[in-house]
Design a protein around this ligand. Sequence first.
Ligand code: TYD
Length: 213
Amino acid sequence: MVLNNFIVFEGIDGAGTTTQLNLLKETPETRNSYYTAEPSAAPTGVFLRQMLKGSFKITNETAAYLFAADRNEHVNGELFSEGNHLITGIKKACESGKTVICDRYFFSSLAYQSIGCDREVPERLNEGFPLPKLLFYFDIEAKDALKRVDSRGEREIYEKEDFLSRTVTEYRRVISEYSEKGRKEGMKTVIIDATDTRENIAAIIQKEIKALL
Ligand code: TYD
């Protein structure tokens, strides 16, 4: 099922999704949209962010369960927001006619949690979530993305070249599978060259969103 008004940005750490999401907040057409990210800002997501900082260790399989649980609250929970920052309730917000723009979604789980874990686990845990109407995938090699991560400060647990290179391979597989599968259901996938300039990328994104709104 496709959730109308739902837009998702995906890509490895350092691909630039957050920068582009922030630019949209200043754009007239999308200024009144809801903005959100996964892990969510609900307590389930806060717990995951501690794990990402390395506060405790879990297997990638356990991570798959936790990301999916957080996603369930984020998508299917009650609508709760602070200004234009959506905490939970993506489905309710989209169904009320609001546009929701989300940094990461289940494609992240299918890519990151397929490493060191049977791919079937994240696939099974995420099969019930709706598809977005528009999916942007920011394509970049791990070494280029990590240069940006390092210019920002401390690394999180997944921000290692070997791990992220494998994540890129998984992402490309997942995105190609879903661009085909999703198209049949009404989802559009746009692949962005994440090494392009900030301005060019912003122009591509704005054009696609304007066509949708
Ligand atoms: P990121 O999106 O970079 O957020 P921030 O910029 O606030 O640190 O970090 C989230 C990390 O979580 C990133 O390394 C990808 C990982 N992740 C998963 O492994 N699986 C998931 O399902 C999601 C949503 C994120």
